[in-house]
Design a protein around this ligand. Sequence first.
Ligand code: PHE
Length: 448
Amino acid sequence: MTNGRDTWRSNLGFILATSGAAIGLGNVWRFPTMATLNGGGAFLVPYVALLFLVGVPAVLGEFALGRAASRGPVGAFRALAANPRWGWVGGLAVLTSTVILSYYSVVAGWCVAYVVGYLSGWPALVAQDALVGASTFAQVISTPRASIGWHGLFMALTAGVVIKGVSGGIERVNRVLMPLLLVLLILLIGQVLSLEGSWEGLVWFLTPRWADVTADGVMAALSQIFFSLSLGGGTLITFASYLPRRSDLPRNAVSIAAADATVAVLAGCMVIPALFAFQLPMESGPKLLFEVMTRVFKEMPATRFVGFLFFFLLSIAALTSAISLLEIWATTWIDERRWSRPTAALSGAAFAFALGIPSAVSQVPGSRLTLLGTDFLSALDFIASDLMLPVTSLLIVVFVGWVWGSNKARKELTEGARQFRTASLWEQAVRYILPVAIVLVMLGALVE
Ligand code: PHE
Protein backbone atom coordinates (compact mmCIF):
# COMPACT_ATOMS: atom_id res chain seq x y z
CA MET A 1 0.00 0.00 0.00
CA THR A 2 0.95 3.57 -0.48
CA ASN A 3 2.37 4.28 2.94
CA GLY A 4 3.65 0.80 3.68
CA ARG A 5 0.86 -0.06 6.09
CA ASP A 6 -0.18 -3.56 6.89
CA THR A 7 -2.95 -5.18 4.95
CA TRP A 8 -5.28 -8.01 5.89
CA ARG A 9 -3.87 -11.42 5.13
CA SER A 10 -7.05 -12.50 3.36
CA ASN A 11 -10.41 -11.09 2.45
CA LEU A 12 -12.07 -13.63 4.70
CA GLY A 13 -9.91 -12.32 7.52
CA PHE A 14 -11.27 -8.84 6.91
CA ILE A 15 -14.90 -10.03 6.74
CA LEU A 16 -14.50 -11.98 9.95
CA ALA A 17 -12.75 -9.18 11.77
CA THR A 18 -15.24 -6.57 10.63
CA SER A 19 -18.19 -8.82 11.42
CA GLY A 20 -16.54 -9.56 14.74
CA ALA A 21 -16.41 -5.86 15.51
CA ALA A 22 -19.96 -5.40 14.30
CA ILE A 23 -21.42 -8.42 16.07
CA GLY A 24 -21.45 -7.88 19.78
CA LEU A 25 -23.75 -6.73 22.52
CA GLY A 26 -25.51 -4.66 19.87
CA ASN A 27 -27.00 -7.81 18.40
CA VAL A 28 -27.62 -10.02 21.39
CA TRP A 29 -28.30 -7.45 24.10
CA ARG A 30 -29.40 -4.20 22.43
CA PHE A 31 -31.47 -5.50 19.53
CA PRO A 32 -33.96 -7.55 21.59
CA THR A 33 -34.24 -4.70 24.09
CA MET A 34 -35.06 -2.18 21.36
CA ALA A 35 -37.46 -4.59 19.66
CA THR A 36 -39.44 -5.16 22.85
CA LEU A 37 -39.57 -1.45 23.65
CA ASN A 38 -40.76 -0.56 20.15
CA GLY A 39 -43.47 -3.06 19.39
CA GLY A 40 -41.78 -6.23 18.06
CA GLY A 41 -43.07 -6.73 14.52
CA ALA A 42 -43.64 -2.99 14.28
CA PHE A 43 -39.90 -2.51 14.91
CA LEU A 44 -38.79 -5.21 12.49
CA VAL A 45 -40.38 -3.42 9.51
CA PRO A 46 -38.29 -0.22 9.63
CA TYR A 47 -35.26 -2.22 10.79
CA VAL A 48 -35.13 -4.41 7.69
CA ALA A 49 -36.08 -1.58 5.32
CA LEU A 50 -33.49 0.84 6.67
CA LEU A 51 -30.81 -1.84 6.83
CA PHE A 52 -30.73 -1.96 3.03
CA LEU A 53 -31.80 1.59 2.31
CA VAL A 54 -29.43 3.34 4.69
CA GLY A 55 -27.19 0.76 6.40
CA VAL A 56 -25.52 -0.90 3.43
CA PRO A 57 -24.98 2.31 1.40
CA ALA A 58 -23.53 4.03 4.47
CA VAL A 59 -21.16 1.10 5.09
CA LEU A 60 -20.03 1.47 1.47
CA GLY A 61 -19.35 5.15 1.98
CA GLU A 62 -17.11 4.45 4.96
CA PHE A 63 -15.35 1.61 3.14
CA ALA A 64 -14.60 3.82 0.15
CA LEU A 65 -13.29 6.56 2.41
CA GLY A 66 -11.10 4.27 4.49
CA ARG A 67 -9.54 2.35 1.63
CA ALA A 68 -8.93 5.41 -0.51
CA ALA A 69 -7.19 7.29 2.29
CA SER A 70 -5.68 4.26 4.02
CA ARG A 71 -5.76 6.14 7.32
CA GLY A 72 -7.84 6.16 10.48
CA PRO A 73 -10.89 8.45 10.69
CA VAL A 74 -9.17 11.75 11.54
CA GLY A 75 -6.37 11.26 9.03
CA ALA A 76 -8.76 10.04 6.34
CA PHE A 77 -10.71 13.29 6.32
CA ARG A 78 -7.57 15.36 6.40
CA ALA A 79 -6.09 13.38 3.50
CA LEU A 80 -9.14 13.66 1.25
CA ALA A 81 -10.52 17.09 2.11
CA ALA A 82 -9.12 20.40 0.93
CA ASN A 83 -10.18 21.93 4.23
CA PRO A 84 -8.44 20.43 7.27
CA ARG A 85 -11.45 21.27 9.44
CA TRP A 86 -13.06 18.07 8.21
CA GLY A 87 -10.68 16.31 10.53
CA TRP A 88 -13.16 17.28 13.26
CA VAL A 89 -15.72 14.86 11.90
CA GLY A 90 -13.19 12.12 12.49
CA GLY A 91 -12.73 13.56 15.98
CA LEU A 92 -16.46 13.37 16.59
CA ALA A 93 -16.41 9.72 15.55
CA VAL A 94 -13.62 9.05 18.04
CA LEU A 95 -15.55 10.77 20.83
CA THR A 96 -18.73 8.87 20.01
CA SER A 97 -16.92 5.53 20.11
CA THR A 98 -15.44 6.34 23.47
CA VAL A 99 -18.81 7.35 24.92
CA ILE A 100 -20.26 4.06 23.65
CA LEU A 101 -17.35 2.17 25.14
CA SER A 102 -18.16 3.65 28.56
CA TYR A 103 -21.52 1.92 28.97
CA TYR A 104 -20.73 -0.97 26.64
CA SER A 105 -18.14 -2.03 29.17
CA VAL A 106 -20.73 -1.87 31.96
CA VAL A 107 -22.98 -4.37 30.20
CA ALA A 108 -20.02 -6.49 29.14
CA GLY A 109 -18.86 -6.44 32.76
CA TRP A 110 -22.18 -8.02 33.78
CA CYS A 111 -21.55 -10.75 31.19
CA VAL A 112 -18.20 -11.46 32.84
CA ALA A 113 -19.92 -11.52 36.24
CA TYR A 114 -22.35 -14.13 34.92
CA VAL A 115 -19.47 -16.21 33.54
CA VAL A 116 -17.87 -16.25 36.98
CA GLY A 117 -21.25 -16.83 38.60
CA TYR A 118 -22.03 -19.92 36.55
CA LEU A 119 -18.51 -21.23 36.98
CA SER A 120 -18.70 -20.99 40.74
CA GLY A 121 -22.38 -21.92 40.97
CA TRP A 122 -23.92 -18.80 42.54
CA PRO A 123 -27.31 -19.75 43.97
CA ALA A 124 -29.11 -16.91 42.20
CA LEU A 125 -28.09 -18.48 38.90
CA VAL A 126 -28.28 -22.19 39.56
CA ALA A 127 -30.70 -22.87 42.41
CA GLN A 128 -34.01 -23.93 40.86
CA ASP A 129 -36.27 -22.53 43.54
CA ALA A 130 -34.12 -19.67 44.85
CA LEU A 131 -36.19 -16.90 43.44
CA VAL A 132 -39.42 -17.74 41.85
CA GLY A 133 -40.70 -14.38 40.76
CA ALA A 134 -37.66 -12.48 42.05
CA SER A 135 -35.15 -10.72 39.84
CA THR A 136 -32.00 -12.75 39.28
CA PHE A 137 -30.24 -9.67 38.04
CA ALA A 138 -30.83 -7.89 41.33
CA GLN A 139 -29.13 -10.76 43.10
CA VAL A 140 -26.07 -10.89 40.87
CA ILE A 141 -25.51 -7.14 40.42
CA SER A 142 -26.74 -6.05 43.80
CA THR A 143 -24.41 -3.21 44.76
CA PRO A 144 -22.85 -0.22 42.98
CA ARG A 145 -19.45 -1.58 43.93
CA ALA A 146 -20.10 -4.88 42.16
CA SER A 147 -21.34 -3.20 39.01
CA ILE A 148 -18.40 -0.78 38.91
CA GLY A 149 -15.94 -3.55 39.74
CA TRP A 150 -17.01 -5.78 36.81
CA HIS A 151 -17.00 -2.74 34.55
CA GLY A 152 -13.43 -1.97 35.62
CA LEU A 153 -12.33 -5.55 35.10
CA PHE A 154 -13.73 -5.65 31.60
CA MET A 155 -12.18 -2.29 30.72
CA ALA A 156 -8.80 -3.52 31.98
CA LEU A 157 -9.09 -6.61 29.77
CA THR A 158 -9.90 -4.44 26.77
CA ALA A 159 -7.01 -2.10 27.47
CA GLY A 160 -4.68 -5.07 27.92
CA VAL A 161 -5.44 -6.36 24.45
CA VAL A 162 -5.25 -2.95 22.81
CA ILE A 163 -1.86 -2.25 24.41
CA LYS A 164 -0.48 -5.43 22.92
CA GLY A 165 -1.87 -4.48 19.52
CA VAL A 166 -4.67 -6.36 17.84
CA SER A 167 -2.55 -9.22 16.63
CA GLY A 168 -3.17 -12.78 15.55
CA GLY A 169 -4.41 -14.06 18.89
CA ILE A 170 -7.76 -12.40 19.27
CA GLU A 171 -8.45 -12.66 15.56
CA ARG A 172 -7.92 -16.40 15.64
CA VAL A 173 -10.01 -16.83 18.77
CA ASN A 174 -12.79 -14.98 17.00
CA ARG A 175 -12.82 -17.38 14.10
CA VAL A 176 -13.66 -20.31 16.30
CA LEU A 177 -15.83 -18.71 18.94
CA MET A 178 -18.15 -16.61 16.78
CA PRO A 179 -19.47 -19.58 14.78
CA LEU A 180 -19.90 -21.34 18.10
CA LEU A 181 -22.02 -18.45 19.40
CA LEU A 182 -24.20 -18.78 16.31
CA VAL A 183 -24.69 -22.50 16.85
CA LEU A 184 -25.53 -21.95 20.51
CA LEU A 185 -28.08 -19.26 19.62
CA ILE A 186 -29.84 -21.68 17.28
CA LEU A 187 -29.87 -24.45 19.89
CA LEU A 188 -31.22 -22.05 22.50
CA ILE A 189 -34.01 -20.91 20.18
CA GLY A 190 -35.05 -24.56 19.97
CA GLN A 191 -35.06 -24.79 23.75
CA VAL A 192 -36.99 -21.54 24.22
CA LEU A 193 -39.66 -22.52 21.73
CA SER A 194 -40.41 -25.61 23.76
CA LEU A 195 -41.58 -23.36 26.61
CA GLU A 196 -45.26 -22.78 27.00
CA GLY A 197 -46.45 -19.44 25.70
CA SER A 198 -43.27 -18.79 23.74
CA TRP A 199 -44.79 -19.02 20.25
CA GLU A 200 -46.95 -16.05 20.95
CA GLY A 201 -43.77 -14.03 21.46
CA LEU A 202 -42.27 -15.32 18.23
CA VAL A 203 -45.39 -14.30 16.31
CA TRP A 204 -45.41 -10.87 17.99
CA PHE A 205 -41.78 -10.33 17.02
CA LEU A 206 -41.86 -11.66 13.46
CA THR A 207 -45.22 -10.50 12.13
CA PRO A 208 -44.71 -7.17 10.37
CA ARG A 209 -47.28 -4.72 11.67
CA TRP A 210 -47.16 -1.66 9.47
CA ALA A 211 -49.99 0.09 11.24
CA ASP A 212 -48.10 0.12 14.53
CA VAL A 213 -44.90 1.69 13.18
CA THR A 214 -44.14 4.92 15.05
CA ALA A 215 -41.65 7.73 14.42
CA ASP A 216 -39.89 6.76 17.62
CA GLY A 217 -39.71 3.18 16.41
CA VAL A 218 -38.19 4.26 13.08
CA MET A 219 -35.60 6.32 14.91
CA ALA A 220 -34.84 3.43 17.23
CA ALA A 221 -34.43 1.13 14.23
CA LEU A 222 -32.05 3.52 12.52
CA SER A 223 -29.94 4.03 15.60
CA GLN A 224 -29.91 0.26 16.13
CA ILE A 225 -28.56 -0.18 12.60
CA PHE A 226 -25.88 2.44 13.18
CA PHE A 227 -24.89 0.94 16.50
CA SER A 228 -24.90 -2.62 15.29
CA LEU A 229 -22.98 -2.02 12.06
CA SER A 230 -20.56 0.25 13.96
CA LEU A 231 -21.47 3.03 11.52
CA GLY A 232 -20.32 6.53 12.33
CA GLY A 233 -17.91 5.30 14.96
CA GLY A 234 -14.81 5.22 12.80
CA THR A 235 -14.29 1.44 12.92
CA LEU A 236 -15.33 0.79 9.35
CA ILE A 237 -13.10 3.55 8.00
CA THR A 238 -10.21 2.20 10.03
CA PHE A 239 -10.71 -1.45 9.10
CA ALA A 240 -11.16 -0.66 5.40
CA SER A 241 -7.95 1.35 5.50
CA TYR A 242 -6.08 -1.95 5.81
CA LEU A 243 -7.69 -3.44 2.70
CA PRO A 244 -5.76 -4.09 -0.50
CA ARG A 245 -7.06 -2.42 -3.63
CA ARG A 246 -8.23 -5.67 -5.16
CA SER A 247 -10.76 -6.31 -2.42
CA ASP A 248 -14.43 -6.35 -3.38
CA LEU A 249 -16.01 -3.62 -1.24
CA PRO A 250 -19.68 -3.92 -2.30
CA ARG A 251 -19.71 -7.65 -1.72
CA ASN A 252 -18.02 -7.28 1.66
CA ALA A 253 -20.54 -4.67 2.75
CA VAL A 254 -23.49 -6.88 1.92
CA SER A 255 -21.96 -9.94 3.62
CA ILE A 256 -21.21 -8.02 6.80
CA ALA A 257 -24.65 -6.39 6.99
CA ALA A 258 -26.33 -9.74 6.37
CA ALA A 259 -24.27 -11.52 9.02
CA ASP A 260 -24.93 -8.76 11.52
CA ALA A 261 -28.69 -8.68 10.94
CA THR A 262 -28.93 -12.48 11.03
CA VAL A 263 -27.38 -12.65 14.47
CA ALA A 264 -29.62 -9.84 15.72
CA VAL A 265 -32.83 -11.44 14.48
CA LEU A 266 -31.77 -14.81 15.89
CA ALA A 267 -31.14 -13.18 19.25
CA GLY A 268 -34.62 -11.68 19.04
CA CYS A 269 -36.08 -15.13 18.30
CA MET A 270 -34.40 -16.38 21.46
CA VAL A 271 -35.06 -13.57 23.91
CA ILE A 272 -38.56 -12.38 22.98
CA PRO A 273 -40.37 -15.73 23.05
CA ALA A 274 -38.71 -16.42 26.41
CA LEU A 275 -39.92 -13.06 27.68
CA PHE A 276 -43.46 -14.07 26.78
CA ALA A 277 -43.09 -17.54 28.28
CA PHE A 278 -41.95 -16.16 31.63
CA GLN A 279 -44.33 -13.22 31.43
CA LEU A 280 -41.65 -10.70 32.26
CA PRO A 281 -42.39 -7.01 31.77
CA MET A 282 -41.87 -5.68 28.27
CA GLU A 283 -40.07 -2.60 29.55
CA SER A 284 -37.29 -4.47 31.38
CA GLY A 285 -34.75 -2.29 29.54
CA PRO A 286 -31.03 -3.04 29.70
CA LYS A 287 -31.47 -5.91 32.17
CA LEU A 288 -33.78 -7.83 29.85
CA LEU A 289 -31.26 -10.28 28.41
CA PHE A 290 -29.89 -11.16 31.82
CA GLU A 291 -33.27 -11.73 33.46
CA VAL A 292 -34.61 -13.78 30.59
CA MET A 293 -31.65 -16.01 29.84
CA THR A 294 -30.97 -17.05 33.43
CA ARG A 295 -34.54 -18.34 33.58
CA VAL A 296 -34.16 -20.22 30.31
CA PHE A 297 -31.01 -21.91 31.60
CA LYS A 298 -32.77 -22.99 34.77
CA GLU A 299 -35.26 -24.87 32.63
CA MET A 300 -32.44 -26.75 30.94
CA PRO A 301 -30.60 -29.85 32.12
CA ALA A 302 -26.99 -28.60 32.20
CA THR A 303 -27.79 -25.17 33.67
CA ARG A 304 -24.31 -24.31 34.81
CA PHE A 305 -22.57 -25.43 31.65
CA VAL A 306 -24.99 -23.80 29.23
CA GLY A 307 -25.11 -20.58 31.24
CA PHE A 308 -21.35 -20.45 31.40
CA LEU A 309 -20.97 -21.13 27.69
CA PHE A 310 -23.54 -18.53 26.67
CA PHE A 311 -22.11 -15.69 28.73
CA PHE A 312 -18.55 -16.71 27.91
CA LEU A 313 -19.20 -16.49 24.18
CA LEU A 314 -21.09 -13.24 24.64
CA SER A 315 -18.20 -11.80 26.65
CA ILE A 316 -15.80 -12.66 23.84
CA ALA A 317 -18.15 -11.08 21.28
CA ALA A 318 -18.31 -7.99 23.48
CA LEU A 319 -14.54 -7.96 23.93
CA THR A 320 -13.86 -7.92 20.20
CA SER A 321 -16.28 -5.00 19.79
CA ALA A 322 -14.88 -3.14 22.79
CA ILE A 323 -11.38 -3.57 21.41
CA SER A 324 -12.47 -1.98 18.15
CA LEU A 325 -14.02 0.91 20.10
CA LEU A 326 -10.90 1.59 22.16
CA GLU A 327 -8.64 1.02 19.18
CA ILE A 328 -10.21 4.02 17.43
CA TRP A 329 -9.17 6.31 20.27
CA ALA A 330 -5.74 4.71 20.48
CA THR A 331 -4.99 4.80 16.75
CA THR A 332 -5.99 8.44 16.59
CA TRP A 333 -3.62 9.60 19.33
CA ILE A 334 -0.82 7.39 18.05
CA ASP A 335 -1.17 8.63 14.47
CA GLU A 336 -1.99 12.26 15.07
CA ARG A 337 0.00 13.06 18.22
CA ARG A 338 2.62 10.30 18.24
CA TRP A 339 1.58 9.02 21.67
CA SER A 340 2.94 5.64 22.64
CA ARG A 341 0.47 2.77 22.35
CA PRO A 342 0.23 2.12 26.11
CA THR A 343 -0.39 5.81 26.87
CA ALA A 344 -2.99 6.07 24.14
CA ALA A 345 -4.82 2.89 25.18
CA LEU A 346 -4.73 3.60 28.92
CA SER A 347 -5.92 7.19 28.60
CA GLY A 348 -8.93 6.08 26.53
CA ALA A 349 -9.71 3.27 28.95
CA ALA A 350 -9.45 5.60 31.95
CA PHE A 351 -11.75 8.17 30.36
CA ALA A 352 -14.33 5.57 29.34
CA PHE A 353 -14.12 3.90 32.74
CA ALA A 354 -14.84 7.12 34.59
CA LEU A 355 -17.68 8.01 32.27
CA GLY A 356 -19.10 4.50 32.71
CA ILE A 357 -19.39 4.75 36.50
CA PRO A 358 -22.79 6.52 36.56
CA SER A 359 -24.09 4.00 34.01
CA ALA A 360 -22.90 1.14 36.19
CA VAL A 361 -24.52 2.61 39.29
CA SER A 362 -27.77 3.44 37.51
CA GLN A 363 -28.63 -0.22 36.94
CA VAL A 364 -28.23 -1.36 40.50
CA PRO A 365 -31.65 -2.14 41.99
CA GLY A 366 -33.13 0.88 43.71
CA SER A 367 -30.85 3.38 42.00
CA ARG A 368 -32.33 6.75 41.20
CA LEU A 369 -29.54 7.86 38.91
CA THR A 370 -31.49 9.21 35.98
CA LEU A 371 -30.94 11.57 33.07
CA LEU A 372 -33.46 12.85 30.52
CA GLY A 373 -36.19 11.02 32.38
CA THR A 374 -34.73 7.55 32.10
CA ASP A 375 -31.93 5.57 33.74
CA PHE A 376 -28.46 6.97 33.12
CA LEU A 377 -27.24 4.07 31.00
CA SER A 378 -30.22 4.24 28.64
CA ALA A 379 -29.86 8.02 28.45
CA LEU A 380 -26.19 7.82 27.50
CA ASP A 381 -27.04 5.13 24.96
CA PHE A 382 -29.70 7.45 23.54
CA ILE A 383 -27.25 10.35 23.30
CA ALA A 384 -24.54 8.25 21.66
CA SER A 385 -26.60 6.02 19.37
CA ASP A 386 -29.62 8.17 18.56
CA LEU A 387 -27.85 11.49 18.29
CA MET A 388 -24.07 11.24 17.96
CA LEU A 389 -23.89 8.25 15.60
CA PRO A 390 -26.51 9.59 13.17
CA VAL A 391 -24.96 13.06 13.19
CA THR A 392 -21.49 11.67 12.51
CA SER A 393 -22.88 9.39 9.82
CA LEU A 394 -24.69 12.29 8.26
CA LEU A 395 -21.47 14.28 8.11
CA ILE A 396 -19.63 11.28 6.68
CA VAL A 397 -22.17 10.71 3.88
CA VAL A 398 -22.27 14.42 3.08
CA PHE A 399 -18.49 14.37 2.91
CA VAL A 400 -18.42 11.29 0.67
CA GLY A 401 -21.29 12.45 -1.54
CA TRP A 402 -20.50 16.13 -1.93
CA VAL A 403 -17.07 17.12 -0.65
CA TRP A 404 -14.81 14.28 -1.63
CA GLY A 405 -17.31 13.48 -4.37
CA SER A 406 -19.59 10.55 -5.07
CA ASN A 407 -17.92 9.94 -8.42
CA LYS A 408 -14.53 9.45 -6.79
CA ALA A 409 -16.09 7.25 -4.15
CA ARG A 410 -17.84 5.26 -6.84
CA LYS A 411 -14.56 4.72 -8.65
CA GLU A 412 -13.04 3.51 -5.41
CA LEU A 413 -15.90 1.09 -4.86
CA THR A 414 -15.77 -0.23 -8.41
CA GLU A 415 -12.09 -1.07 -8.14
CA GLY A 416 -11.74 -4.70 -7.16
CA ALA A 417 -15.48 -5.28 -7.29
CA ARG A 418 -16.63 -8.16 -9.43
CA GLN A 419 -19.78 -6.24 -10.08
CA PHE A 420 -21.41 -3.15 -8.68
CA ARG A 421 -24.62 -2.94 -10.66
CA THR A 422 -26.21 -0.52 -8.25
CA ALA A 423 -23.36 2.00 -8.61
CA SER A 424 -25.53 4.80 -10.01
CA LEU A 425 -28.23 4.11 -7.50
CA TRP A 426 -25.64 4.20 -4.74
CA GLU A 427 -24.41 7.61 -5.91
CA GLN A 428 -27.95 8.94 -5.70
CA ALA A 429 -28.35 7.30 -2.31
CA VAL A 430 -25.25 8.78 -0.81
CA ARG A 431 -25.98 12.27 -2.15
CA TYR A 432 -29.71 12.52 -1.58
CA ILE A 433 -31.46 9.57 0.01
CA LEU A 434 -29.12 9.01 2.95
CA PRO A 435 -28.76 12.60 4.14
CA VAL A 436 -32.48 13.21 3.80
CA ALA A 437 -33.42 9.94 5.49
CA ILE A 438 -31.11 10.56 8.42
CA VAL A 439 -32.36 14.11 8.92
CA LEU A 440 -36.02 13.13 8.60
CA VAL A 441 -35.74 10.29 11.03
CA MET A 442 -33.99 12.48 13.57
CA LEU A 443 -36.55 15.24 13.18
CA GLY A 444 -39.34 12.71 13.48
CA ALA A 445 -38.00 11.50 16.79
CA LEU A 446 -37.57 15.03 18.10
CA VAL A 447 -41.08 16.24 17.31
CA GLU A 448 -42.92 13.17 18.50
N1 PHE B 1 -21.30 -2.79 16.65
C1 PHE B 1 -20.92 -3.14 17.97
C2 PHE B 1 -21.99 -4.05 18.57
O1 PHE B 1 -22.99 -4.29 17.97
C3 PHE B 1 -20.72 -1.94 18.84
C4 PHE B 1 -19.85 -0.90 18.20
C5 PHE B 1 -20.37 0.33 17.85
C6 PHE B 1 -18.52 -1.20 17.93
C7 PHE B 1 -19.59 1.30 17.23
C8 PHE B 1 -17.71 -0.24 17.30
C9 PHE B 1 -18.25 1.02 16.96
O2 PHE B 1 -21.86 -4.55 19.63
